[in-house]
Design a protein around this ligand. Structure first.
Ligand code: UD1
Length: 339
């Protein structure tokens, strides 16, 4: 079976491509290299022992996408290709709506035209906003996200629900909590572009001496140590969930399926706990200062991922420290490449 993986050279995409190849799928990647690098393709081959087909273009180029579907018999798609910087999305909302939604719709048009089913969408726990109760289940009420980035995730979910219902398709909406870590081989990981916005990449660069200190955005939250709490999920665990979700869709006897899964560990960790775990796991020091809260941040979010365990037979079992060890190994690899 051949799976189209858009954004397959990106952070979560590249790890998922490896898991798909390991599970016997053929993979066709479309990635415009806007937030990824060509060497990741070779590294995927080194790690998986197989090379996926790769097309470098922007999914808004309908005619090129059409040619990919002509050239390969595609059986499903995992759609990672999207802009994802929360702050930037506030400055450039139209770029976010155009890129994230037009590319999604272009793929769905091909699915409809060619009668293909099995579509997996990268959503985010941002669709819950600050939930009233923890842990967050898939039935926790959704709130309109503050950022345009978050709104593209919410709108993407709605588009896919309509798509599945109107055309009898199978879709899976995967709501990620906070992905961290790198491949154990240290050949795949998150590529730093500019100053990292996310916590773990910033902590890594601070430990490596590339940043003077970490700014902890707020220690006056109503949490045990005052810093905000998130559910940090190891990227390889996350990648495996995609394969499990895809297999469920393929095996389904129903023509129309709309699956929704929270992908998290079920455990919340505070910013300070992450810093301490990082120092311990890697025997490094992470200097930090406490700053005001970051605008738009929520206090606490962690998942109830029971549905994924029951329906996919999947569970995130890598510890925070193990995941943070892989991040450091990846940093050393990047340094060795003088990245
Ligand atoms: C953010 C997005 C979320 C998106 C995710 C993608 C917001 C409000 N949410 O999640 O929609 O899906 O990124 O990865 O932006 N922190 C610091 N110092 C730093 C960086 C972060 O203290 O330099 C803190 C933050 O305040 C937060 C926690 O670390 O409490 C995690 O932050 P981050 O990694 O940016 O993820 P989220 O904000 O949870």
């Amino acid at each position: 079976m051949t799976i189209l993986v858009t954004g397959g050279l990106g952070y979560i995409g590249s790890h998922t491509v490896v898991e798909l190849l390991n599970s016997g799928f053929d993979v066709v990647i479309v990635d415009d290299l806007s937030n990824s690098e060509k060497f990741i393709l070779n590294n995927i081959e080194e790690v998986a022992g197989k090379k996926p087909v790769f097309y470098p273009f922007d999914l808004r180029r309908k005619e090129l996408l059409n040619q990919v579907f002509d050239a390969h018999k595609i059986d499903g798609c995992i759609n990672f290709a999207a802009y994802k910087a929360v702050g930037e999305s506030q400055e450039k909302p139209l770029d976010y709506y155009e890129n994230n939604l037009f590319s999604l719709i272009n793929i769905l048009q091909e699915f409809k035209r060619r009668n293909i089913s099995n579509f997996i969408f990268s959503s985010s726990c941002t669709v819950y906003g600050q939930a009233d109760e923890m842990p967050i289940t898939e039935d926790t009420p959704l709130k309109t996200p503050e950022s345009s980035y978050g709104k593209t995730k919410q709108m993407g979910e709605e588009i896919l629900k309509d798509f599945a219902t109107a055309y009898q398709k199978r879709v899976s909406l995967l709501r990620y909590f906070n992905p961290i870590g790198a491949h154990p081989s240290a050949k795949l990981g998150e590529l730093p572009i500019g100053i990292p916005n996310n916590l773990v990449p910033f902590v890594t660069q601070t430990a490596a001496g590339l940043r003077k200190e970490l700014s902890i955005w707020g220690n006056d939250y109503p949490t045990p140590d005052g810093t905000a709490v998130r559910d940090y999920i190891y990227v390889v665990d996350l990648a495996k969930a995609h394969v499990a979700a895809l297999k469920k869709l393929i095996a389904s006897e129903d023509e129309t399926v709309i699956d929704v899964f929270n992908l998290g560990t079920g455990t919340g960790s505070s910013v300070l706990e992450v810093v301490q775990a990082y120092e311990k796991a890697n025997n490094v020091s992470v200097p930090y200062k406490i700053c005001d809260r970051r605008q738009g941040d929520i206090t606490i979010a962690y998942a109830n991922a029971d549905r994924a365990e029951q329906q996919l037979g999947w569970k995130a079992d890598t510890t925070l420290e193990e995941a943070l060890r892989t991040t450091w190994k990846w940093q050393k690899y990047l340094e060795s490449r003088k990245y």
